[in-house]
Design a protein around this ligand. Sequence first.
Ligand code: ZN
Length: 222
Amino acid sequence: MKNEKAIVVFSGGQDSTTCLFWALKQFKVVETVTFDYNQRHDDEIECARAISKELGIKHHVLDMSLLNQLAPSALTRDDIEVKAGENGGLPSTFVPGRNLIFLSFAGILASHVNAKHIITGVCETDFSGYPDCRDAFVKSLNVSLNLSMDKQFVIHTPLMWLNKAETWKLADDLDALEFVRRKTLTCYNGIIGDGCGKCPACELRLKGYEEFLQLSRRSELR
Ligand code: ZN
């Protein structure tokens, strides 16, 4: 795949930045795409832009503000509190079909820029419950995209079966651990790096990082 071109769906967060480093190892040309849907923090788009610039990567920003019309979500409306899902329910940040829309537009962009590969950091193991982040859905959309444009796209999901600790390990294996730790934005309060430490996104990220540290200490002892 060394001679081929890829588009990474990119939010500037831990997961998509790890995917970006993964893609840079696999493909000759890599570009990023960020979706602007009036996120609570423009910081997310700025962070994605800054990382792409630092790595010398062409960055596309697509206006998806129509999502704000469709979804009364905590990510897009300031008057709704961000909450984790309770009793296995979806978190209040849920926008139905968001990933379906994003991956479809990533496919159209890939077609425009002649990229065969699309990389997304979605994952089944984080229990967030988004049905359009599951492996079966991504595979099904891959077939639909190919049929819709008569293309041979390949959607890659390097994080699909990894937990948060394993995602940190992947960043470490790609020599990107410190970059991902210091320069990515996961925090709902818009703080880059280790974040506010209190919101659900920070809690998940820090818990995964601590588990990763424990695992690597244990393997050093062996
Ligand atoms: Zn936070």
